[in-house]
Design a protein around this ligand. Sequence first.
Ligand code: IDP
Length: 141
Amino acid sequence: MALERTLSIIKPDAVAKNVIGQIYARFEKAGLKIVAAKMKQLSRQEAEGFYAVHRERPFFKALVDFMISGPVVITALEGENAVLAHRDLMGATNPKEAARGTIRADFADSIDANAVHGSDAVETAKVEIAYFFAATDVLSR
Ligand code: IDP
């Protein structure tokens, strides 16, 4: 087992549904600790930079438009195998394919509005956490 950190974003659809607390409760129940958190209205430039790896994909503009459509909640989580543990909680990208009881199965409406983002690897998580938080804002406990 490895103590890891991962980046979670509660996307504008889930924030609008008022389920931030329900999603946080799932993190905590799974043993993931919140070590940094903020609510933020992303600028277009911030969202484009965050999703730069998808720049050439046909859904890029729709993804960025969606991510700036309202505030998001950005959280760094810490725990044993945090990256995979968090992705298990999220479920498949397309909520129609997400396993029962996952965040996306329960709260997401479509592949575009799919409630949450989670880092896909430890190295990606380091870059994504640093994209939104200064090192001094991540408080291990
Ligand atoms: P992930 O969020 O499950 O890691 P990624 O493949 O990294 O999935 O894609 C990033 C985000 O881009 C997804 O969460 C989803 O909102 C959006 N996305 C991915 N694939 C599609 C697609 O085929 N159509 C529309 N949006 C997509």
